[in-house]
Write a protein of this length. Structure first.
Length: 354
């Protein structure tokens, strides 16, 4: 069995053993290995097709971080700039209070990018509000204000790592403050249009250049399709609202790696200013990087990219020069998707190179 068939077989076995998976998608591309695999499957009632647009959840953070990097190269900002230079005083007022000390003026753009600001994370409690009340409506600015009133910051900026969507809401607002344009228009102008990602758009805010004949793939929590909740996009936006087909997501990764969006030195900076997310993963500027773990994750399995809570992933595997993109569209797959990618896809790619 060749490499494409082996990976495809792993994918279908994963779907078969989990009857709760409504839909799932996988694209593996490697010119070096001669692979271009794009498959879709699931147990949902609606049509499942490889050409369907995918909501990629926090994979969108890599797009936001890339936009910030584009603006840096244009001279609009520096990574070590204080966010106070770009945001209104009302937004900054008591934004970060920790142990009775206000650290709002100490937060830098780099702290937001690598999740070391210490700010509260309002996404999950707000998601629960959306699920509980169909009339609950909020926008990113109000989500930050809600967090200030209901949640607590975690530590002094720059001292530890704490994953928070609030950091990426703020990055979106900084981009809007500089450009005087909405965040979604910036994504189209600087990323989607130059790379000809014609299917791409921001969920709830914009439309693709070319409308797909297929519906957006549903994404689920406890069998509830979040794509049908009218007020869901307001708690996402610059924290992860990107929608695109698998093929257009491949264009993004090729463009990022091929210096079409930012130069090589900037991409290196995005990776090198990193903190430990957990025992196996480092986190840079919207970029997840797997650590070397003897016997479990050897150097040959190292890859970098981004992950979303719905089981979405977007990675590059240098050893085989492969792009690995997928989505299980279910909140129970946040960890299982990473495990599948590493031990069912990357492992096969490594074996194929030996």
């Amino acid at each position: 069995m060749d490499i494409s068939h082996k990976i495809k077989d792993h994918f279908h076995k994963q779907i078969k053993k989990d009857k709760n998976l409504n839909n799932a998608y996988l694209l593996v591309h490697s010119q070096k290995a001669g692979i271009h695999l794009n498959v879709a499957s699931g147990h949902g009632q609606t049509e499942i097709n490889t050409l369907q647009p995918q909501y990629m959840a926090s994979v969108g953070k890599l797009f936001t971080a890339t936009l910030i990097s584009i603006f840096r190269e244009k001279g609009h900002l520096k990574f070590d700039d204080k966010i106070a230079d770009f945001l209104e005083s009302d937004m900054l007022n008591k934004l970060h209070v920790y142990k009775n000390t206000d650290y709002s003026g100490y937060i830098r753009i780099s702290h937001l990018l690598n999740q070391t600001s210490g700010l509260f994370d309002s996404f999950w409690p707000l998601l629960q509000n959306v699920l509980n009340d169909p009339n609950f409506k909020i926008c990113p600015k109000d989500a930050i204000q809600w967090g200030k009133e209901n949640l607590s910051s975690k530590f002094k900026p720059g001292t530890k790592h704490y994953y928070s969507d609030t950091n990426y809401y703020l990055l979106g607002l900084i981009l809007e403050s500089i450009s005087k344009k909405p965040f979604h228009e910036l994504l189209h102008q600087y990323i989607f249009d130059p790379l000809k990602m014609d299917s791409a758009y921001v969920f709830g805010y914009s439309k693709p250049k070319v409308q797909s004949e297929y519906l957006l793939a549903g994404f689920y929590v406890k069998n509830q399709d979040l794509s049908q909740l009218e007020n869901y996009p307001g708690i996402d936006y610059s924290g992860g609202g990107v929608v695109a087909t698998m093929e257009d997501l491949l264009l993004f990764m090729k463009g990022l790696l091929g210096n079409q969006l930012i130069n090589k030195n900037t991409l290196t900076m995005m990776m090198e200013d990193r903190k430990s997310l957990n025992l196996s993963i480092n986190y840079g500027y919207g970029i997840w990087m797997f650590k070397k773990i003897p016997l479990i994750l050897p150097t040959s399995m190292y890859c970098w990219g981004c992950v979303g809570a719905t089981g979405a992933f977007l990675f590059y595997h240098p050893f085989s020069e492969s792009f690995i993109i997928g989505n299980f569209n279910d909140l129970t797959y946040h960890t299982k998707a990473i495990q599948f990618m590493l031990f069912k896809v990357v492992k096969e790619l490594v074996k194929n190179q030996r």
